[in-house]
Design a protein around this ligand. Structure first.
Ligand code: ZN
Length: 132
């Protein structure tokens, strides 16, 4: 089973918490146990799991990536978003989740994030669920 989340980001770089939407898919489909593969079919955004408590962690991650790979015209890719492609590769385009008790097994302070690097724009997130 494959499900698709559609969302609209609101800034050029942004971490969007999609944990509730992923949990909603599991609830709607009555999935209690298995694995979920969460994947973005885009070249300038990624998926990551990180802290959901202190919002400064999200800011620090985005600021650090900006320091490492600054936006600019000093890249060969002529589209102007080379930094976004590189940041997306650093973050990765998927995460795998263990599902138990009808929910993803996450640490107390963990959330699933879409990592936007070339927004704002519409994004799709694919969730492939394998039950056991
Ligand atoms: Zn590009």
């Amino acid at each position: 089973m494959i499900k698709r989340l559609e969302l609209k980001t609101s800034a050029r770089t942004q971490l969007v918490d999609i944990t509730a939407q992923v949990k909603g898919i599991l609830r709607n489909e009555n999935i209690t146990s298995g694995m979920a593969f969460v994947y973005v079919p885009h070249t300038t955004c990624g998926i990551t799991i990180n802290e959901n408590a202190d919002p400064s962690v999200k800011d620090d991650i985005l600021r650090c990536l900006e320091r490492l790979v600054p936006q600019g015209d000093h890249y060969r890719h002529a589209e102007g978003n080379a930094d976004a492609h590189i940041k997306a590769t650093l973050v990765g385009s998927s995460v795998a989740l263990i599902i138990e008790g009808g929910a993803p097994v996450l640490g107390q302070w963990q959330a699933i994030y879409l990592a936007e690097f070339d927004g704002p724009r519409k994004r799709s997130v694919l969730v492939k669920i394998m039950t056991s």
